[in-house]
Design a protein. Structure first.
Length: 298
C-alpha cells in the first residue's frame, strides 16, 4: 500500500498512545518514532500530542489528523483497486535486479504478488551487492534494479523507492545488549561483523560513522560477510555486534534472539533506489516500479 510512512507512525502512536509500543509494532527504534512525530508536528506547525511524563494524549489537532488519516488510508486502498483494473493485458519480458538486503527481505513477497497481478509478464531476478547490480544495469544485463548505497553514475537514472534504518545489534544474551545505549567511541572496542566491500550497507555505515569522527579502518572488524543472513547466524553464536537493516531482523526481534543497541547521537538512514539507464524505460518497467511502491510497507 502506498502511504506516507510518517503518517503511519503518527496513526500507530495515536492508537496505542505509546511511543514504545508504536516502535515495536513498526519495527523501528523509539528515537526514530520520536523524530517522525517531531518532523510531522513541525510540518503542520502544531502539537499533535500532549506529553505528561511517560504518558501522552492527543491534542485537538491530533484527533483531527487521526480522523483524516483513516480516510487517507482508505482512499489509498480504493486507488490500488482501480489501478489494478488498468493492468489487464500487460505482456512482455522484464529483467529485475536487487541488492542483497532487499533480495532477502522485501523482494520475494513483491515478486510473488507481481507474478499474480501480471501473469503475462515473464521476468528474471538477479541479486548481488549494490556495485554488482549497478554494473549489470550499465552493461544492459538487467533492465531495472533496486539498490541501497550512495553510488552515482551519470548514465544511470536514480529514483527513490523507500527509506530504511540501520541499527547496531547483538545477540540478546550479550552483555552489550543489557546496556541499551553506548557512545560512538565505544564502537572502537567492539568486535564487529560488517558487510563486504562494494555493499551499499557498508557505504552508509562508513558515512554515518565518519560524521562522528570514526573511520572504518579504526574499528575491530572481526569478519566481513556477503549477506545479512550469514551475519545474523554469526551473531547468534558469537559475542560480536553488527549493523543491520531493521527490515532484516524483524523475526529475530520478535523471538528475542537479537537486541538493538542505540548509539548516542548516531542515526543511520538510507534510501533504497530504483536504477535504470537513462532513456531506457517502458510501460512494463514503470508498472513494476509503481507496483513495488504500492506493496512495500517500509
Amino acid at each position: 500500500m502506498i502511504f506516507d510512512f510518517r503518517l503511519k507512525v503518527f496513526q500507530t502512536v495515536a492508537l496505542k498512545l505509546s511511543f514504545t509500543k508504536a516502535a515495536a509494532e513498526l519495527f523501528i527504534t523509539q528515537p526514530a518514532v520520536t523524530r517522525h512525530i517531531r518532523e510531522l508536528e513541525k510540518q503542520l506547525n502544531t502539537a499533535l500530542f500532549v506529553r505528561n511524563g511517560n504518558h501522552i494524549a492527543l491534542t485537538t489537532a491530533g484527533n483531527i489528523l487521526l480522523k483524516y488519516a483513516a480516510k487517507i488510508f482508505e482512499t489509498y486502498l480504493l486507488f490500488e483497486s482501480e489501478l489494478a483494473q488498468l493492468n489487464d493485458g500487460l505482456k512482455g519480458n522484464l529483467r529485475i535486479g536487487a541488492s542483497t538486503t532487499l533480495a532477502q527481505t522485501i523482494m520475494p513477497k513483491i515478486l510473488a504478488l507481481f507474478k499474480t497481478a501480471y501473469p503475462e509478464i515473464q521476468f528474471t531476478f538477479t541479486r548481488g551487492n549494490t556495485e554488482s547490480m549497478t554494473q549489470q544495469v550499465i552493461e544492459e544485463k538487467i533492465d531495472v534494479a533496486i539498490v541501497e548505497g550512495q553510488m552515482h553514475y551519470p548514465q544511470i537514472n536514480y529514483e527513490k523507492f523507500s527509506d530504511d534504518e540501520l541499527v547496531l545489534v547483538t545477540k540478546s544474551g550479550n552483555p552489550l545488549a543489557r546496556k541499551g545505549e553506548i557512545i560512538p567511541q565505544q564502537l572502537l572496542d567492539l568486535p564487529l561483523v560488517l558487510r563486504e566491500h562494494g555493499s551499499g550497507t557498508l557505504d552508509v555505515i562508513s558515512k554515518a560513522l565518519s560524521d562522528v569522527g570514526i573511520n572504518l579502518k579504526d574499528l575491530r572488524i572481526e569478519l566481513q560477510l556477503e549477506s545479512n543472513v550469514s551475519i545474523k547466524q554469526y551473531l547468534l553464536h558469537s559475542e560480536s555486534a553488527a549493523f543491520l537493516s531493521m527490515q532484516t531482523i524483524i523475526g529475530e526481534l520478535k523471538r528475542n534472539e537479537l537486541s538493538i543497541v542505540d548509539i548516542k547521537g548516531v542515526e543511520m538512514f538510507r534510501a533504497f533506489q530504483f536504477i535504470q539507464l537513462h532513456g531506457r524505460t517502458s510501460k512494463i518497467i514503470e508498472s513494476f516500479k509503481l507496483f513495488c511502491r504500492s506493496h512495500s510497507n517500509i
